[in-house]
Write a protein that binds this ligand. Structure first.
Ligand SMILES: C[C@H](N)C(=O)N[C@@H](CCCCN)C(=O)O
Length: 466
């Protein structure tokens, strides 16, 4: 049979290369997100960042996305200017934000460099270094979240009707590898050349990521020109209109998915920022040992997510996976919260971390490829951006809540650590809060299954139809 209507997306080599180019940038982006996560103890001693300061800096990544609603605009921009231009824009934002954060924590700035006096002149309880780091991280956050929705829409563009969930699973697996790498690399680099070296290397890698997006630009351009020339006058591309967004906001099922997303991810990403400190405290480990132990978490997720993606493509069951993943997150956080000291061994911690890794595979593998089943392709960028926006509200507030709860449930500990005493925080209350997010996510996952059965969205059906 003669093959007609072939485009670049019909070539497996081309579409998987496009995926690698997109995923490589996300690999570096995810490294940067957590570059300070394993360094909370050093930050407390060297830059005087107490847990609530550390939590506020972690949460600042989402500040502009949430309060200026940058993510909503990012979705509209994406639907209007397309994947390749949006990718470049997001890559540039990431590099600018990372450079500002690097400057904020640098010895040069903290020894009275440009802007130090100004940033030290107000709200003196919050270090000047943390203020500049927050500013930079907020700009980086705009870039990385814009990149996230752009990559998701890019993957749908190349893989719709093909190996969509597998491709998304692989992209996320590569991102998790970034988290694994940074939990190993960052404490090591900080030991060799201080925190500045860790963040400096992270910033440099983001530049390579921008380069990768630039190469992707040409793949995307070629695909668009092929698709345009195949399009007939009777089948024009549907124009995006802002009024189309109404359909997203008024869809109950979409809102349930968004709610599940914010609750589940609030129990995972903010936990990543506190996990090293929690393991140090509960197991009496060093930062490097705790970072190494926790690095099994993203590795577990990395291995499993693509397999689950493949399973969803061929067999379905996405809604069931969302339910199972939410259940696991509760079990893990409860293990961290309430296992008595004498029973909380290395093996128990490792077991819980691996289970959490499985949960972190089930939910993302099922959630993101399900979105195109709920909305029209012309508003897909906006749909992802709205989910991300709602999710970002949780991701911004949760580290602040957890940092605050850690401080108030451990009265006087921050002061004693600053005075040089070798004591640890008790993480029971923060871990119970994380478990509570899991309980709420489980309830929504159950409701989603009911809605799917009633309305027939096909969340339990395979992506590839034979
Ligand atoms: C934090 C970010 N908004 C997010 O939700 N990341 C997801 C991946 C979503 C895009 C998948 N193509 C994650 O699980 O890392």
């Amino acid at each position: 049979m003669e093959k007609i209507h072939n485009t670049l997306r019909d070539s497996p080599v081309a579409r998987w290369t496009a995926l690698i180019l997109l995923a490589l940038t996300m690999f570096f982006a995810y490294m940067f997100i957590d570059v300070l996560a394993p360094l909370s103890t050093q930050l407390e001693t060297s830059l005087k960042w107490s847990p609530d300061t550390f939590g506020a800096v972690a949460g600042s990544e989402y500040f502009l996305n949430v309060f200026v609603a940058f993510l909503i605009f990012a979705g509209i921009i994406l639907d209007r200017i397309g994947v390749r231009r949006s990718a470049i824009l997001s890559g540039i934002l990431m590099v600018i934000g990372a450079s500002i954060k690097l400057y904020g924590i640098s010895d040069h700035f903290n020894a009275g460099g440009f802007g130090y006096d100004f940033f030290n002149s107000f709200w003196t309880g919050f270090p000047a270094s943390a203020k500049v780091a927050c500013m930079g991280f907020a700009i980086f956050g705009c870039g990385v979240e814009m990149a996230g929705i752009t990559v998701s829409k890019g993957i749908v563009k190349w893989f719709a009707g093909k190996e969509l969930a597998l491709a998304m699973g692989l992209e996320m697996a590569i991102a998790r590898l970034g988290v694994f790498s940074v939990f190993r690399l960052s404490p090591y680099l900080a030991e060799q050349g201080g925190i500045t070296l860790s963040v400096g290397v992270g910033t440099l890698l983001l530049l390579i990521g921008l380069l990768s997006f630039s190469v992707y630009f040409f793949f995307d351009k070629k695909l668009d020109s092929q698709t345009d020339s195949l399009r007939t006058a009777s089948d024009p591309e549907e124009e995006f209109k802002v009024s189309d967004l109404k359909a997203i906001f008024t869809s109950k099922t979409f809102m349930v998915v968004a709610g599940l997303c914010v609750l589940f991810y609030s129990a995972i990403f903010p936990f990543q920022k506190f996990a090293t400190g929690m393991l140090e405290s509960r197991l009496g480990m060093t930062t490097v040992e705790a970072g190494n132990l926790f690095s099994y978490f993203p590795i577990g997720a990395m291995i499993l997510t693509p397999f689950l993606g493949w399973f969803i493509d061929h067999k379905g069951k996405a809604a069931t996976m969302l339910f199972a993943g939410s259940l696991l997150v509760i079990i893990c956080h409860l293990i961290f919260a309430i296992t008595p000291v004498e029973n909380f061994t290395f093996a128990v911690a490792l077991g819980a971390i691996i289970l959490l890794g499985i949960s972190f595979s089930l939910v993302p593998a099922a959630l993101w490829p399900s979105v195109p089943k709920l909305v029209d392709n012309k508003v897909l960028g906006s749909a992802y951006s709205i989910i991300f926006w709602i999710q970002n509200i949780g991701l911004m507030l949760t580290p602040i809540l957890i940092g605050w709860s850690l401080k108030v449930s451990n009265p006087g500990v921050a002061e004693r650590i600053l005075a040089g005493e070798d004591i640890k925080y008790n993480y029971t209350v923060p871990m119970l809060i994380f478990a509570a997010f899991g309980v709420a996510a489980l309830a929504l996952a159950f409701y989603l299954k009911v809605l799917d059965k009633k309305k027939g969205y096909g969340l339990e059906s395979p992506n590839i139809r034979k």
